[in-house]
Design a protein around this ligand. Structure first.
Ligand code: MRU
Length: 356
């Protein structure tokens, strides 16, 4: 892992940024494993450190993983490491979030296509371009998402339920699903954000609650298994979640616990909306069965659950929601509803290729 540094001042630490101190370039991350109680920088001077940060979820969430992967390639190039080897290590650090491999491939393609003496600078420029594109995608998704909410729940005063964490911590901008919630909040249209705690790593209670509190939103935390009674009580107008990989047929892998929410939403006739940039759509994976789901260490479950020593645990990081349970997929290029393969392909047409 990289080195931890506490900022001497109160300045907000960006989710990730490239810096060039005198002893060479570094990628600086806000260590998300320490939030919400500590805001600590994690300084990565090499790809091994960045791979450690990705595996331990110090940096996490699909879009920002793509950006981190691209900067990781630039870091290897700038520091004179083997770029191809670095790219392979980075791309394999987490298997489900398709953005990671996408970002790595984009920076490597730019590096390979450049004159050797300019290649490190070109890889860095590609990482910066991806970072900026993702920020722009966030803003566009927020606008499309707001329009969709107005159609799905006319009258405003939305009560929205979300799972995992999808704000500025996962994005070059203000996020995916959380970006839409934020836009609704700023427009005075958010009555309440219901925040699933998101077991076992608590991205909801640690990170979404942190982002919601900082934005001054009316939010309420719930244990994941309390969602059912919330639907029964008629307290949810729509569910908004992000995605780690969307297959060509619209099946969506997202944080484990998303699929049960989609089933609940369908039963209660509540719209279930996925918000993700087109970089999360993987047209090469035909359907949900083709999505590799990351399995994580049992200890993440057993420690939180205070299980007896030696207990086994089932700990998939993600689950897959079939397209028929998804009301709409909101991308930066528009909203797909109903969710069909043709509709998805249409919003992805013209997006930037990852291979140059
Ligand atoms: O394991 P994580 O914390 O990386 O999982 C993140 C999620 O599942 C998010 O919901 C997803 O990446 C969408 S973020 C825009």
């Amino acid at each position: 892992m990289g080195d931890h540094v506490t900022r001497p001042d109160d300045a907000a630490i960006p989710t990730l940024c490239w810096e060039e101190p005198p002893d060479g370039p570094v990628l600086v991350l806000l260590d998300q494993t320490r939030l919400p109680h500590e805001e600590v920088e994690l300084v990565c001077t090499d790809v091994q450190a960045l791979v450690g940060a990705i595996s331990s979820l110090a940096v996490r969430g699909a879009p920002v993983l793509g950006i981190a992967g691209a900067y990781g390639v630039a870091l290897a190039a700038a520091r004179g490491y083997d770029v191809e080897e670095a790219a392979e290590l980075l791309a394999q650090a987490r298997p489900t979030a398709v953005n990671l491999a996408y970002g790595v491939r984009r920076a490597v393609a730019a590096y390979r296509a450049a004159d050797p003496d300019r290649a490190p600078a070109v890889a860095l420029a590609e990482a910066r371009a991806l970072h900026a594109e993702d920020a722009a995608a966030s803003a566009a998704m927020a606008a499309h998402g707001q329009r969709l909410l107005a159609e799905l729940a006319p009258g405003g005063g939305y009560r929205l339920l979300t799972h995992c964490n999808t704000g500025a911590l996962v994005s070059g901008g203000e996020g995916t699903a959380f970006g839409v919630v934020l836009a609704a909040h700023r427009a005075g249209e958010l009555r309440r954000l219901w925040v699933d705690e998101t077991r076992p790593l608590l991205q909801g209670s640690r990170l979404t609650a942190y982002e919601a509190a900082r934005a001054g939103m009316p939010y309420t935390l719930l244990a994941d298994n309390a969602a059912g009674s919330l639907f029964t009580a008629g307290e949810v107008d729509a569910v908004l979640v992000g995605a780690d990989r969307i297959a060509a047929d619209g099946s969506t892998a997202n944080k484990v616990g998303t699929y049960p929410l989609a089933v609940l939403a369908a039963y209660h006739h509540v719209p279930f909306v996925v918000v993700a940039p087109t970089t999360t759509v993987d047209l090469a994976t035909p359907d949900g069965a083709g999505i590799e789901v990351e399995q994580r260490p049992a200890g993440e479950v057993t420690e939180l659950a205070r299980a007896p020593l030696g207990a086994q645990a089932y700990n998939p990081a993600f689950d897959v929601t079939p397209a028929e349970l998804i009301t709409a997929i909101v991308t930066e290029n528009g909203t797909v509803s109903p969710v069909t393969a043709d509709g998805l392909a249409a919003v992805c047409a013209g997006r930037k290729s990852s291979t140059g």
